[in-house]
Design a protein. Structure first.
Length: 226
């Protein structure tokens, strides 16, 4: 199974690496992360932070993280089988762990999440994304390596069970105002029904109609934030 996944992701990585727009997407993701964190902290900076990108693929986040003053580290399936092999890093190494569109590829996320806790510093932050099965429904299975769907409830539960605290889950909007990342029923309703156009749509429509998303963001702490 690992060999099959490795071939799949290597092929996908070669395809993605030819898409120069991916660098711009990296800046978009880091801008979103900073807004998410600003909804928890009044003043947040990535400057001087050690940040590990798990499932880094073509490392499209690297330029954005370095531009923000962070120290970037990336690991992918070629470095470790995250389902059963240790992340190749020492304990308490990183301030922030980023895990975008990865956890749904793992049949059992328990070992992987415990490894993230191990390599995060006390008080370190995990930011992850995954499809919301309640919204994506059957399209979730269009990716043949998707094996584990999540709802808001199940994602929170697995993070709490692994020992993460202060878990916050919201729709995976990109580059929206801080209020869009509050945990509220309206924000999930808006993402599902009131934003018919994607955030990158080139159509001449008002911005408040852009941002349709089918996924979840989670922010969680290795211990309670100070």
């Amino acid at each position: 199974m690992r060999a099959g996944k490795l071939n799949y992701f290597n092929h996908r990585g070669q395809f993605l690496s030819k898409d120069i727009s991916r660098i711009g997407y990296g800046y978009r993701e880091i801008k979103t992360l900073k807004t998410l964190l600003s909804s928890i902290y009044e003043d947040i900076s990535l400057n001087g932070k050690s940040i590990v990108d798990l499932g880094c693929g073509d490392r499209y986040l690297e330029n954005a993280i370095k531009s923000a003053g962070g120290f970037y580290y990336g690991f992918d399936i070629s470095d470790a089988d995250f389902e059963k092999e240790h992340i190749p890093a020492k304990d308490n190494s990183y301030d922030i762990a980023i895990c975008l569109a990865l956890i749904e590829h793992l049949a059992d996320p328990g070992f992987f999440l415990s490894e993230i806790k191990r390599v995060l510093k006390p008080g370190g932050i995990l930011w992850l994304s995954t499809p919301d099965i309640e919204v994506s429904k059957f399209s979730f299975w269009d990716d043949p390596t998707h094996v584990h769907p999540y709802t808001r409830k199940s994602l929170r539960m697995v993070l709490n069970m692994t020992g993460f605290s202060s878990v916050k889950i919201c729709p995976n909007y990109r580059c929206k105002p801080k209020s869009y990342y509050l945990e509220s029923k309206f924000n999930f309703f808006r993402a599902k029904y009131l934003m018919p156009f994607s955030g990158t749509s080139k159509l001449s429509v008002p911005e408040f109609l852009k941002g349709k998303c089918k996924g979840l963001f989670a922010i969680a702490f290795n211990s309670k934030p100070k």
